[in-house]
Design a protein around this ligand. Structure first.
Ligand SMILES: Cc1ncc(C[n+]2csc(CCOP(=O)(O)OP(=O)(O)O)c2C)c(N)n1
Length: 614
């Protein structure tokens, strides 16, 4: 079947039996590709039938399907002509792991960060209506993504708007970890109402006896369903805010899905279809461990074991050190926005269940909630990925920094993250945090320095940012010395007369490699580990620059408003003359996917240092 599918038109020609066969083949294919390359597995296995049904009933690109987060768009990519390309998904120059409008007209809106789909869909619906068009607009959102504030803001607006649009709630009871929160409890009630399902079956049966589903019929059905629902659950949230709620429907039954989608087309205003799916469906090992198989590196299909053993990474070092600190300081609490595993908090959550808070995919709330905790005397530590901190920018400014509260904001996955691509690269945080008054901003050169910085941050009664990269510390360099951390104090790693390299974070290890190359050319290099982006160690840096007159700045952030900019400002403000400066940083562009090594080579070292990785 899979061989025959090069577009949704090919899919529409298949019988139900053939579609079921296709679903099996798609699962097998995705399993093979992801086990070879790594990527998002469990969520994609969960939406195979749903995606087949959507492309059977709707007409993309005229109709618009917006995939929330977009990590579950592999099946959609296969059906919309990118079957072969899937083999190179997330690789440099291959297709992206998320929807990209540049990649295909079937991808109508870029996603990557959670909870945006309903807003985008409502925007498209309003644009359609104002321009007199009549296409369908569908947002597919998971129960995890529904915990994001933006999704709720959009539901509020969409329900009230009466715009015709469909929200598919893909409910697998999982975010990356099991989904949490009151909304999840509410969905749980809907899931278990057998009467609903029976009602739906009756409705479906009734509809199937009528040739050509007419609008009046649907209206009657809506009325009947609403009154039954009101009997079962007194407060039916979705209906109360203006949506027609359909479901729950078995998300692995193509026939049922197609019929409910067909019904939804007839409804005038906003519709929410509650679809129940199993994360990892069809691959038993993933069904049992959906969180492990949410996003995974290459693995053995038979055993589910990773092909390369996972080594200690910055997140694990952070999590272990936090446990150690929390043992002797009971004010320390940890907060995560649905990323317990990714940020290294798994063990902390087990050791300190009452001091661990998973707030859902809600970075904004995580920060303001932490500000509240800090105000009342706790020391909240909040690890969030760099690119997701973008979500909480105003909360960092307005709630933490302006009130000078002791919240420790740990920026995980800072710098290039690799295969997840442009939406997930963490190269903007230094630039946007540097603008904020009162913030102390640090980045460690290795694991040990991260531990020291965390300890220092706990002792400091100020808002602190500590940024660190994805993965391991640099295996080429072993730093022997670790000076005590003092506020605004840099560390001189090596003295020299001709060139000053000022580096921050993981780039300090690269500075050593660059220094070696310059040394081969007869230059004596002084290496400064900045440690603090803010406040900068002005004294140490000026002294070195005045000595060498040649400066290289090195950072894994954007060239705008980072370390390089700070040093240039310092040179101008202090009227240092006849200084040569070269800044190595990421260009003012969105950096696509590829491996970290490939991207660093392409964007940072270019031709000058191109064999740095060898
Ligand atoms: C703003 C933001 N925070 C965190 C994430 C990381 N993330 C990616 S998928 C995901 C869980 C999504 O769960 P759900 O929407 O239920 O989809 P499922 O994978 O279960 O199908 C999370 C937390 C993100 N993409 N965006």
């Amino acid at each position: 079947m899979l061989e025959k599918i090069n577009s949704p038109q090919d899919l529409k020609k298949l019988t139900l039996k053939e579609k079921k066969e296709l679903a099996k083949e798609i699962r097998k294919y995705i399993l093979k590709v992801v086990s070879d390359n790594g990527g998002h597995l469990a969520s994609n296995l969960g939406v195979v039938e749903l995606t087949i049904a959507l492309h059977s009933i709707f007409d993309v690109p005229k109709d618009k399907i917006i995939w929330d987060v977009g990590h579950q768009s592999y099946v959609h990519k296969i059906i919309t002509g990118r079957k072969e390309e899937l083999k190179n998904i997330r690789k440099m120059n291959g297709i992206a792991g998320f929807p990209k409008t540049k990649e295909s007209e079937a991808d109508c809106f870029n996603t990557g960060h959670s909870s945006t789909s309903i807003s985008a869909a409502l925007g498209m619906a309003r644009a359609r209506d104002l321009q007199g068009k009549s296409n369908n607009i569908i947002a597919v959102i998971g129960d995890g993504a529904l915990t994001g504030g933006m999704a709720l803001e959009a539901l509020n607006d969409a329900g009230y708007s009466k715009s015709k649009m469909t929200v598919i709630l893909n409910d697998n009871e999982m975010s990356i970890s099991p989904n949490i929160g009151g909304l999840n409890k509410f969905l749980g009630k809907l899931r278990t109402k057998k009467l609903y399902t029976r009602t739906n079956k009756l409705v479906k049966k009734y509809i199937s006896t009528i040739p050509g589903i007419g609008k009046p019929t649907v209206k009657i059905i809506q009325k009947i369903k609403r009154s039954i629902k009101q009997l079962i659950i007194q407060r039916m949230f979705f209906e109360d805010i203006g949506f027609t709620y359909l479901g729950p429907v078995d998300g692995h039954n193509i026939e049922e899905l197609e019929s409910i989608l067909t019904i939804s087309k007839q409804v005038k205003g906003p519709v929410l279809i509650h679809v129940l799916t199993v994360k990892g469906k069809g691959y038993e090992i993933a069904e049992k461990n959906p969180d492990k198989f949410h996003a995974i590196s290459p693995f053995n299909i038979e055993t589910g074991e990773l092909k390369k053993k996972k080594r200690k990474d910055y997140s694990k070092v952070f999590g272990d050190k936090l446990i150690e600190l929390a043992k002797s300081n009971e004010k320390i609490v940890a907060v995560t926005a649905s990323m317990k595993d990714g940020t290294g908090l798994n063990q902390f959550s087990q050791e300190f269940p009452y001091r661990f808070f998973d707030v859902g995919i809600a970075e904004q709330h995580a920060i303001t909630m932490s500000a509240g905790m800090a105000k009342e005397g706790l020391i909240p530590v909040v690890p969030i990925y760099s690119s997701f901190y973008q979500r909480a920018y105003d909360q960092v400014i307005h709630d933490v920094a302006m009130q000078n509260l002791h919240v420790i904001m740990c920026v995980d996955r800072a710098g290039i993250v690799g295969a997840d691509g442009e939406t997930h690269q963490g190269i903007l945080d230094m630039a946007f945090f540097r603008l904020i008054p009162n913030l102390i901003i640090m980045a460690p050169k290795d694991f040990k320095e991260l531990e020291d910085m965390l300890e220092f941050a706990v002792s400091l009664k100020k808002p602190v940012v500590i940024r660190y990269p994805r993965g391991e510390e640099d295996t080429n360099i072993k730093f022997k010395n670790h000076e005590k951390i003092e506020e605004g104090k840099a560390e001189i790693i090596k003295e020299g007369e001709n060139v000053t390299i000022i580096a921050i974070g993981k780039m300090v290890a690269k500075a050593l490699q660059i220094a070696e190359k310059l040394q081969q050319k007869g230059k004596e290099v002084e290496i400064i580990n900045a440690r603090f982006l803010k406040p900068l160690d002005v004294e140490t840096i000026i002294k070195s620059i005045q000595k060498t007159k040649n400066v290289i700045t090195l950072e894994d952030g954007t060239e705008i408003n980072g370390l390089g900019t700070a040093i240039k400002e310092l040179i101008v403000d202090n009227k240092l003359e006849k200084i040569n400066i070269k800044s190595i940083a990421y260009p003012d562009e969105f950096i696509p996917h590829g491996s970290v090594e490939e991207l660093e080579k392409k964007y940072l070292y270019k031709d000058i240092f191109d064999n740095l990785h060898k």
